[in-house]
Design a protein around this ligand. Structure first.
Ligand SMILES: CSC[C@H]1O[C@H](OP(=O)(O)O)[C@H](O)[C@@H]1O
Ligand SMILES: Nc1ncnc2[nH]cnc12
Length: 290
């Protein structure tokens, strides 16, 4: 089995991490275009780690325009086996309060304007998304966040909306009351789908910044308040990453079978596959295509 390597995708407010040995920002070319930014690589207590700011340094990419495929391909190409997303989110639950972290275990994908798969005509594949999160990685991330002093909620459904505008009050109520969503954000889809196609273990640390717009005592979500919570959360997020890097070597096999998600997924007959598409799939699907 390949040595576990942690990659972190940093969301809003998290554009770098400190304390890496041999730290360097590395440009990575991918067949899917350029990633959001260069990737910060290095070692943490001797263990390899990669960090990619999802919106780019200086927050240049809107949720719709993030190059999700290039990001996942670049991390896989660098040798990552485990990807943790750190993401700001709104909360639909009273008990999931601003400052808390939620280890999401399900997603509802409401995004409509993004490239969602590495596969297409010429190499068709269907992976399972029944259990989109790596249970082993999520448990370790929860432990890492608790060690950092954060209130952690294990399990929750993340609704991914297109954005960039926040939800209306009617949408906020519908997601909360009828759809059973627990948190809301704009970026974890198609990221989680692509990580599964690339056979990466994936988990999300959803950092609650607000109560969206449903809460009678909190009024409408306010970007100024989100910014304040994100700044206050910065140290918790960075300590969680450091703790997780220490815990990761303990990761074993997961129930979702993340690292062999493509075992029976490709439908297109070998002789009918498009060589140009196969070439683009070298990193994400090389294990089953070689
Ligand atoms: C800054 S609030 C809205 C913005 O923050 C979240 O991004 P990320 O998941 O990268 O932390 C949310 O999804 C929106 O893109
Ligand atoms: N309420 C909210 N809706 C969507 N994305 C968010 N990111 C942080 N808070 C959010």
């Amino acid at each position: 089995m390949a040595e576990a390597m942690l990659a972190v995708i940093g969301g809003s407010g998290l554009y770098g991490i400190d304390g890496l040995e041999e730290a360097r920002w590395q440009e990575v070319d991918t067949p899917w275009g350029a990633p959001s930014d260069a990737v910060l690589t290095g070692r943490f207590e001797g263990r390899p780690i990669a960090f990619l700011p999802r919106h780019g340094r200086g927050h240049v990419h809107a949720p719709t325009d993030i190059p999700y495929r290039a990001n996942i391909d670049a991390l896989k190409r660098l040798g990552a086996t485990h990807v943790v997303s750190l993401s700001a989110c709104g909360s639909f639950r009273e008990e999931m309060a601003p400052g808390d972290f939620v280890l999401v275990d399900q997603f509802i994908d409401r995004t409509v304007n993004r490239e969602k798969s590495f596969f297409s005509s010429g190499c068709v594949a269907h992976v399972s998304m029944a259990h989109p999160v790596c249970d082993v990685l999520a448990v370790l991330a929860a432990q890492a966040a608790r060690q950092a002093g954060v209130t952690v909620h294990e399990g929750g459904t993340y609704l991914a909306m297109e954005g960039p505008q926040f939800s209306s009050l009617a949408e906020s109520r519908m997601y909360r009351e009828s759809w059973g969503a627990d948190v809301i954000g704009m970026t974890n889809m198609p990221e989680a789908k692509l990580a599964r196609e690339a056979e990466l273990h994936y988990a999300t640390v959803a950092m609650v910044t607000d109560y969206d717009s449903w809460h009678p005592d909190h009024g409408a979500v306010d970007i100024k308040v989100i910014g304040q919570v994100l700044r206050a959360n910065g140290d918790h997020a960075r300590t969680t990453v450091a703790n997780l890097a220490r815990l990761l070597p303990r990761a074993g096999a997961c129930k979702a079978g993340c690292d062999h998600a493509l075992d029976h997924a490709i439908m297109t007959a070998p002789e009918r596959r498009d060589p140009a598409l196969l070439a683009r799939l070298d990193a994400v699907a090389g294990r089953v295509l070689r």
